[in-house]
Design a binder for this molecule. Sequence first.
Ligand code: NIG
Ligand code: FE
Length: 407
Amino acid sequence: MKLIGPFKQIVTLANLPLRGKLSDDQLEIIENGGILVDDGKVVEIASFEFLKNEAKHSQIELIEDEQICLPAFTDSHTHICFGGNRANDFAMRNAGKTYLEIAESGGGIWSSVQHTRNASEVELLETTLERINSLISLGITTIEIKSGYGLDLENELKMLRVIQKAQTFTNATLVPTCLSAHLKPRDFKGSSEEYLNYIVDEILPQVKEEKLSDRVDIFIEKSAFQPEESKQFLLKAKALGFHITVHADQFTPGSSRIAVEVGAKSADHLEATIDQDIQFLANSETVAVALPGASLGLGEKFTPARKILDYNGILAIASDWNPGSAPMGNLITQASILATFEKLSTAEVLAGITFRSAFALGLDDRGKLEKRKKADFVTFKTDNFQNVLYQQGSLKKESVFIDGIKV
Ligand code: NIG
Ligand code: FE
């Protein structure tokens, strides 16, 4: 057993509900607290002095200076396994071209596909690990990573194998997702429906066989896959035993409905979701994932996070870190900015990047600091936890602990 502390404040997020709005007076804040850890799990959280007396024989890891402690964060939506970059897309877009126009003129997702196909596994592994480490340095210890820049059997498997390999180099939890249905690749001879069938028949069985991922994603959008074919695809993926997540309502509404209808774990984006569909989503078990990094990268409106919470939905916030629409990769900055535009309480933002985003990945063992939860937490050198979001990402973490061990 190990006692870690004392912390000026530990914000446990214990007892907060999975869904709906939260106010900051619901936050449990332990002053001068300690965290008792055993075998990677939280045993108890209480006053440091109390725990010091109670657990006399435990080892003590002393925290110097004034620090606050939060549950470590979960980023439930990233595309950080990719080759090349799309700085030119960014410049073109800001010079007046739209996301879709850039895609149609040879930039966009397809250019990342070519760079990713051309990258070796070693190169991809190296850059993916760099991005993982950059996320860990923000206090993120659970990271979802999508394929979707390979778009054929060989290259989709290459991406997912790289993600699997990356897991052997990091203590963070990586959650791989198969996004072969990101776009119909230009070199595929056949309709988009035929491409979706190719994924079901050729890619998913192999993904299953090699245990590369148990999650399937699709980009439902005018420029990608259409609603009805997407629904059939998702039902087939589900029948194969995959959990579902959807890139929904990014530019045009309608697809969040499909996500709910197929029982998806999450519907992500939702910038264009209409009011009726927000209510439909908010009444379901499907997590609504806001991706403010994509709004900031594209100059588009934000996901209606306030409404989702007011309708009692489950709101998570993720970075969408990718080379095209969301190049920033700083979830703390993005979530803080979303809070100012959407009027989210500190409790709502913290819940959205911890236990609610973990739930979007099917994980209920983390994101709160309470008994038996995974002892993943992040500390900041400050006397008040409010400073973390207030400084919009410029207050850097002091330490990150995974399974009770400083990384
Ligand atoms: O989540 N919307 C589709 N997919 C990504 C963008 C990927 C890319 O542009 O490379 C997204 O924003
Ligand atoms: Fe995305």
